[in-house]
Design a protein around this ligand. Sequence first.
Ligand SMILES: Nc1ncnc2c1ncn2[C@@H]1O[C@H](COP(=O)(O)OP(=O)(O)OP(=O)(O)O)[C@@H](O)[C@H]1O
Length: 247
Amino acid sequence: MTNAEPAILAENLAKSYGSTRAVADVSLRVDVGEAVGVLGTNGAGKTTAVEMIAGLRVPERGRVRVLGLDPRADRRRVRQVLGVQLQHAHLHGALRVTELVDLYRSFYPDPRPTDELLDMVDLAGQRKASFDKLSGGQQQRLSIALALAGRPRVVILDELTTGLDPKARRRMWATIEQLRSEGVSVLLVSHAMEEVERLCDRVAVLDAGRVIALGTPAGLVEQTGTANLDDAFVALTGKELDLEEAA
Ligand SMILES: Nc1ncnc2c1ncn2[C@@H]1O[C@H](COP(=O)(O)OP(=O)(O)OP(=O)(O)O)[C@@H](O)[C@H]1O
């Protein structure tokens, strides 16, 4: 593991579920300190791709490195440097917020303080609530706090703000901006153009399991001769993002 290694390097990933080709060929690089967004319509293969990058799914083909480490062969070391927030958290419903945070903190040598983590996701008021009493948005925010408990150098966030209200969304954006100022590298799956434009240096557009475009938000707009990233996405994929998802 050296500083010269990219934060994330994924090469020619492929994965099928039965006859469904979820990821046909995905290559992606996130440099240290960089934030890269992944945009795509429902079913484009985003979650499958990031789960392979996180070491949670075995690729049929291709190679992944996180700071030079193989997420499956070097699982323990990768866990110390990578924080992952996935779409669906499976957490013990009877545990309280602080119990879950402290459990996750106990996995790491130098965890972020509990109060700081709860502040980062605006859950200080829910510290005594049990997980199953939290709203969907609060559960989602807690899963982000857990992903950040070990001060990861690389974070993977799948649908950071989908379903969150505007205030919570802004809080999450400020948190990501804070992480970026600390030099953390970010891979962010999103349906929200505004979010990607604000937080990401580069964007990968996924369609039918392939990266069909990769560039800065401004570069994609220029490449497609469109007025904004929304229109660039439509020009590239021939599809609109689901507005409900993007809301
Ligand atoms: N566990 C699974 N078993 C079978 N098929 C799956 C499974 N997970 C995903 N798929 C299928 O693989 C394809 C890609 O799904 P994936 O969840 O990776 O896409 P996505 O871009 O993340 O979609 P969304 O935006 O809806 O989350 C879809 O056709 C989906 O139905």
